[in-house]
Design a protein around this ligand. Structure first.
Ligand SMILES: Nc1ncnc2c1ncn2[C@@H]1O[C@H](COP(=O)(O)OP(=O)(O)O)[C@@H](O)[C@H]1O
Ligand SMILES: [Mg+2]
Length: 583
């Protein structure tokens, strides 16, 4: 570079400043150090410039020696670290808030359920609607906390070996329904069906989130390409599965792209965007040992890629709707429903499944049928009907006559609780209205193939439960729920009271404990109880997430985890599964 002018090498402003600084350095004989940002080859770079005066041999003047160090990469690294630290703090904060919020929701939800049971005798459509609306509010709250927990990577996940390509391909109907007609979806996948160890429901949710973002980026409609590719192992990573979602929409400028993972960052109008989509997807994918990458440019569309490590476990067989239930073998079903239109459509549906249906419109007719000596394998009944006996009472009557009769109630939400509360016979099953045909088919099959009702009913004796919960409001509603299931509860507010109850020799069938107790950890308490009472079933209730039962608990007997806020049915299922009364 000898003999060249500064201005030839550097942008004009940079060169001018440098010349000035050199003059100052020479004039003052003081070293100078400063930072300079310049655009070089179209990229902004940061330099640290150091100038030092060196006296000439004769000592009468100075030469200035200078150096410049490129700090760009280091600055980028620092910036990323700061961003990561910020996200870490935000994550801890939201995780903490979500945890407390879940506790509050549990209180509200539990009380609403109890309230609707208590209001059953005076239930009017208006009251039912208010209860439903309030309940829907708690559900939305629960959804929001779930998103926040996902973002803070503390969402409870249920990973299973999953055929990712098949999962995405099976979403095609869902895309058609949610994205609308103006969006054309094209799904491609590599053959061979690699699996990843991932929570399938959450993966679906993540892909759907990306597809919806793609739709929003193409307000005039367009094409959305979704691809599942198998990636061979590279130098730094093993085999991976990549899911890409590509739109030809508006794209993002750098200023948006750099913020998309911030929670609540959204460019969409109030009410359209929550700004939780991408943070949730990122949290989930990283919690699943994967990675997310986005490529986007204004006007050129966007590609979001999710990478998941390949797993060599066999994909779990699809347990739900996919596999049609075993065909009916002409089992006899008594259908009890007072609404003519509903009765005839349900009768058609049940008959189309291959069952032998007898339909009646009142419990009185049903009683007459029984008395005439007709026998049935299953009673499918509405819950609330005018006249007496009530359907639950009729079911009891019928069961007294033929103990192996299976009972399936069809109920809307408010009625749901009535049944749970009004009964001691725990072996009543419910299908929630509105249900789909396959759900009904599944429920009927499950019941008819399950153990004889008489055995199940015997198993459903009341449980003596040791309940450890420090939040008085939650404890209160839990006790009521447990009693409404027909169980009895001994309450303890902390671990030491619970231990005393155990040492006192009180008989317990099950321990139901919160994880965060004032004087100990719920898991540690459970381990202690297991040592005192080997095999004691344990149900953990937690607002904390990603909790895994300690090995001593997992291996030494039955246990379950319910995540707050949970509803009555979830708790009941957990108790039953734990007490060994399922399957
Ligand atoms: N496919 C996309 N094309 C263009 N912009 C996108 C795309 N996906 C996300 N964005 C931008 O990222 C922002 C954050 O996305 P997200 O976290 O899903 O929240 P929301 O969709 O609720 O706004 C969006 O508001 C939008 O500006
Ligand atoms: Mg979104």
């Amino acid at each position: 570079m000898r003999g060249r002018q500064l201005g030839d090498l550097l942008p004009r402003e940079t060169a001018e400043r440098l010349r000035g600084e050199i003059e100052t350095c020479a004039a003052t004989s003081q070293p100078i150090r400063y930072e300079q940002t310049s655009e070089l080859d179209g990229e902004e770079r940061v330099f640290e410039v150091a100038l030092a005066p060196v006296p000439t041999a004769d000592g009468r003047s100075v030469r200035v020696v200078g150096s410049a160090r490129d700090l760009t990469e280091r600055r980028k690294g620092e910036q990323q670290l700061r961003q990561a630290q910020k996200m870490e703090v935000v994550g801890q904060l939201t995780g903490g808030v979500a945890h407390d919020f879940n506790n509050l929701l549990q209180v509200v939800k539990g009380n609403l359920e109890l309230l609707s049971a208590e209001l059953a005798p005076v239930m009017t459509p208006a009251i039912a609607k208010r209860l439903r609306d309030a309940m829907a509010g708690t559900d939305r709250g629960a959804k929001l906390t779930r998103q926040l927990l996902a973002f803070s990577r503390r969402q409870p996940l249920a990973p299973k070996p999953t055929d990712v390509g098949a999962l995405v391909a099976a979403m095609s109907d869902l895309f058609d329904r949610t994205l609308g007609e103006t969006i054309e979806v094209e799904i491609t996948r590599d053959p061979g069906g690699w699996t990843a160890l991932v929570d399938p429901a959450q993966l679906e949710n993540a892909v759907l989130n990306l597809a919806i973002n793609g739709r929003d980026a193409m307000p005039g409609g367009g094409r959305l390409a979704i691809a599942v590719r198998h990636l061979a192992a590279g130098a730094r990573e093993g085999e991976r599965i990549a899911i890409s979602v590509t739109d030809v929409g508006c794209g993002m400028p750098q200023s948006v792209l750099s913020r998309v993972f911030e929670p609540f960052f959204s460019t969409k109008p109030e009410g359209r965007g929550t700004g939780l989509g991408l943070p949730q997807v990122q949290g989930f994918i990283e919690q699943s040992q994967g990675r997310i990458a986005i490529e986007s440019a204004p006007g050129e569309g966007t590609t979001v890629r999710l990478f998941l490590p390949r797993s060599h476990a066999e994909a779990a067989p699809e347990a739900d709707a996919e596999a049609p239930p075993a065909p009916a073998q002409g089992e006899r079903i008594l259908l009890l429903e007072d609404d003519d239109a509903v009765r005839s459509s349900v009768a058609d549906l049940v008959a189309s499944l291959g069952y032998d249906v007898t339909a009646v419109g009142s419990t009185r007719e049903a009683v007459a049928l029984l008395e005439s000596g007709r026998a049935f394998d299953l009673l499918l009944s509405d819950v609330v009907m005018p006249g007496s006996p009530t359907p639950p009472d009729f079911a009891r009557l019928a069961r007294a006559k033929s103990p192996d009769l299976k009972v399936l109630f069809m109920s809307g939400y408010a009625e749901n609780v009535i049944v749970h509360q009004g009964r001691i016979d725990a072996d009543v099953h419910l299908i929630q209205k509105p249900y789909r045909k396959d759900q009904l088919a599944q429920a009927l099959r499950g019941l008819l193939e399950g153990p004889p009702a008489s055995v199940a009913a015997e198993a459903a004796a009341p449980l003596r439960i040791l309940l450890v919960e420090d939040e008085p409001l939650i404890a209160m509603s839990l006790v009521e729920l447990l009693t409404s299931f027909g169980h009895s509860a001994t309450e303890a507010r902390n671990a030491s009271t619970a231990k005393k109850a155990i040492q006192g020799g009180e008989p317990f069938d099950l321990l139901l404990t919160d994880l965060g107790l004032p004087d100990d950890d719920g898991a540690a308490l459970a381990e202690w109880c297991r040592r005192e009472r080997p095999g004691l079933p344990v149900v953990f209730s937690t607002g904390r997430d990603g909790f895994e039962a300690p090995p001593a608990i997992a291996e030494g007997g039955r246990f379950a985890i319910v995540t707050k806020p949970f509803d009555a049915a979830t708790l009941r299922d957990a108790l039953e599964a734990c007490a060994g009364r399922r399957g």
